[in-house]
Design a protein around this ligand. Structure first.
Ligand code: HEM
Length: 122
């Protein structure tokens, strides 16, 4: 069962980054698409699935959350990633700054992936 949830989690993780890139592209070139109801709702559903599947695994695999340092670090990076996404979409700014923030969120996402796959211990 946990293996299935892990596959789901990886699926949600892929969708979250694809969704971000597509939405930033639309924001820059087709902003009217962002007003569609589904475009507003689907990212929240995906993020909830990502979080709940991660939480289920953390409990299911029996991780003592603050004793495995990669997990809280991953959660801090996720908050940072969410924050950058929020600024990209909610703050008016020149396209070049949005692009720079997109690059920052890709680097953050890559760091989250690295932590998730390597699970380093001190
Ligand atoms: C952008 C957000 C996230 C990304 C990109 C991501 C990515 C991944 C990936 C790729 C794996 C599989 C690693 C492997 O091959 O072993 C994984 C596993 C895992 N993730 Fe996430 N994740 C994210 C969010 C979360 C959240 C929010 C939580 C906790 C609430 C979480 C907890 C876990 C746990 C517990 C595992 C299982 C590790 C294991 O196999 O022992 N993840 N994550």
């Amino acid at each position: 069962m946990l293996t299935l949830i892990k596959h789901l989690h990886i699926g949600f993780a892929c969708l979250t980054i694809i969704g971000l890139i597509v939405r930033v592209y639309w924001l820059l070139y087709y902003p009217q698409k962002l007003t569609h109801r589904l475009v507003k709702i689907l990212p929240h559903i995906n993020d909830t699935g990502l979080f709940l599947s991660g939480l289920t695994m953390a409990i299911g695999f029996g991780y003592p959350i603050f004793a495995v340092y990669w997990l809280p670090l991953k959660l801090i990076l996720i908050l940072f990633y969410i924050g950058i996404g929020f600024i990209i979409f909610k703050t008016p700014m020149a396209s070049i700054y949005r692009f720079i923030l997109l690059v920052a969120s890709l680097i953050t996402y890559a760091s989250i992936l690295w932590l998730a796959i390597n699970k380093p211990s001190i």
